[in-house]
Design a protein around this ligand. Structure first.
Ligand SMILES: *[C@@H]1O[C@H](CO)[C@@H](O)[C@H](O)[C@H]1NC(C)=O
Ligand SMILES: *[C@@H]1O[C@H](CO)[C@@H](O)[C@H](O)[C@H]1NC(C)=O
Length: 170
């Protein structure tokens, strides 16, 4: 038989675990942390998302930037984000996307879907798609200068630090 003391100890530990779990979930994740929880890298979204809404049951989301945002990646692809980006998010799949465009030749095409296939991300514009290694998306691009900003900015450092401290609290 466990002693009274042992039982008290056990329940104290249980309630500590419970309350730290509650404390962790009441801190709303940033849009970048949310992406990570669906198995996507943070760099799919540019720096500067001010807020978002998510309906977890349908996966429907809207994410907001202060204004529209454009930059080019590696001097090749030009991307444009509207102030409002919407879609449905599921693990490894972002679909029904609107508000993100890529310039292909002379046309601006909507990126309608992003899928994670293992260590690659597949971007689809409906009629065509292209795959890129996921490690190109570990850092958030910045509006205007993309990934080639000088001086090198902190990108989404704040979001990352928060999730690290959250883990160490638990
Ligand atoms: C968005 O705009 C508001 C008001 O102009 C400003 O206070 C805020 O810092 C901006 N947020 C970002 C992430 O740029
Ligand atoms: C795409 O959006 C429509 C309309 O909002 C919705 O009915 C549908 O379920 C969405 N598709 C997926 C796969 O989430």
């Amino acid at each position: 038989m466990p002693s009274k003391y042992q039982r008290l100890c056990f329940f104290t530990i249980l309630s500590l675990i419970f309350f730290s779990a509650v404390a962790a979930t009441t801190t709303a994740p940033t849009a970048y942390e949310l992406l990570q929880s669906y198995d996507f890298p943070v760099g799919i979204l540019p720096k500067g998302i001010t807020h978002y809404d998510l309906d977890p049951s349908s996966g429907r989301f809207d994410a907001y930037l202060n204004g529209s945002c454009s930059f080019s990646l590696e001097g090749s692809y030009q991307l444009k984000y509207n102030p409002r980006i919407s879609g449905n998010i599921y693990k490894d799949t972002l679909t029904n996307l609107s508000g993100v465009r890529v310039k292909v030749l002379f046309l601006w095409l909507n990126i309608v879907e992003v899928r994670r296939n293992g260590e690659n991300l597949e971007f689809s514009v409906g009629v065509a798609s292209a795959e890129f290694p996921i490690d190109n998306f570990y850092v958030c691009p910045q509006c205007g200068c993309g990934l080639n900003c000088k001086p090198l900015e902190e990108k989404c450092r704040r979001g990352n630090l928060r999730s690290i401290s959250l883990v160490s609290e638990i």
